[in-house]
Design a protein around this ligand. Structure first.
Ligand code: UTP
Length: 295
């Protein structure tokens, strides 16, 4: 059976980013830079590498620079061209989206991730779509979303990226209630948002990549506030699971929670280490600074 292809991705970028203050006071968390690229650009590139053609951003007041980032910066382009800076021009152009590829809609009040996704309902329409949380940065040989697309082609329904976490950390994630597990694909019969360790049905945790069916919008429309008083996306999954298959994919790659300072710091080290132009400098810097006492 063939399943409708996924061509649209939603990027919710309307959160407050309070765990990363003061960096996020006047600039969006999704514009935090890892090495030399903002988180949201990594997310868009992952989507593009996975076959996505339509990019929907759920933004909010104060996030206008995200829109600018994917736009043409005409005067800068002209300047670079005049000065013969072709490499820089190439970098600039690679961050642009083609005309008509990007759409922006506002979540006026940060009522939660579930609400942010619901805000995109008219732009998505009646088709399955991908959802990417830019602050979950994934370093992988094959884009995480592309790995999920392969699973979706086989399985259809809803597909989420999962990883195994330590039992004491289950209260940070949506956790699958597993019915079947072949080591890569994990079929779920339920999902619980941030359970206490003693109530967790497994240690298989969802990270910020999803392929969802449009039925999710009807469920979100009626959903009550959950944990932290927010409309949680995870709370809509049990109703979705009653209607159609729901699988997790243990992706190959390393995930960094860049919504936390520790995760962001680690991501910088890992991404710099993969860069031939930075690797030696990184290793030398660690050696130099680790033994020093700055206080
Ligand atoms: P988080 O759960 O990390 O929340 O959101 P947050 O508000 O960004 O950060 P903290 O908890 O205050 O530090 C996960 C993703 O969902 C988006 C965020 O922008 C982020 O990409 N989000 C969250 C929204 O778009 N709207 C919301 O109301 C909440």
């Amino acid at each position: 059976m063939t399943h409708p292809p996924i061509r649209t991705a939603v990027f919710p970028v309307a959160g407050l980013g309070t765990r990363f203050l003061p960096a996020t006071k006047a600039s969006p968390k999704e514009m935090l830079v890892v090495v030399d690229k903002p988180l949201i650009q990594y997310a868009v590139e992952e989507a593009r590498d996975s076959g996505i053609e339509n990019f929907i951003f759920v933004t909010s007041h104060g996030k206008e620079c995200i829109e600018d980032h994917f736009d043409v910066n005409y005067s800068l382009e002209q300047m670079l061209e005049q000065r013969g800076k072709t490499a820089e021009l190439e970098i600039l152009r690679s961050s642009q989206l083609a005309p008509g590829q990007a759409a922006f809609i506002r979540q006026q009040v940060p009522l939660g991730l579930g609400h942010a996704v619901w805000c995109a309902r008219h732009l998505v329409g009646n088709q399955p779509f991908a959802l990417i949380l830019a602050d979950d940065l994934i370093l992988a040989k094959q884009a995480c979303l592309a790995q999920m697309m392969s699973a979706y082609e086989q399985l259809g329904g809803n597909v989420v990226a999962v990883m195994d976490v330590a039992p004491e950390h289950v209260n940070r994630y949506g956790i699958l209630d597993v019915v079947n597990d072949d080591g890569v694909h994990v079929q779920a019969k339920g999902v619980i948002e941030k359970p206490a360790p003693e109530q967790a049905p497994s240690t298989t945790a969802i990270v910020g990549r999803y392929i969802l069916q449009p039925e999710i919008f009807k469920i979100l429309e009626q959903q009550q506030n959950g944990k932290d008083g927010e409309i949680q996306l995870t709370d809509s999954f049990p109703s979705l699971i009653k209607q159609m298959p729901f699988h997790g994919v243990r992706f190959k790659g390393q995930r960094f929670d860049c919504g936390l300072k520790e995760g962001w710091l680690e991501a910088n080290l890992a991404f710099a280490y993969t860069r031939p132009d930075l690797k030696d400098h990184l290793l030398a810097s660690i050696k130099k600074h680790c033994g020093l006492d700055y206080h």
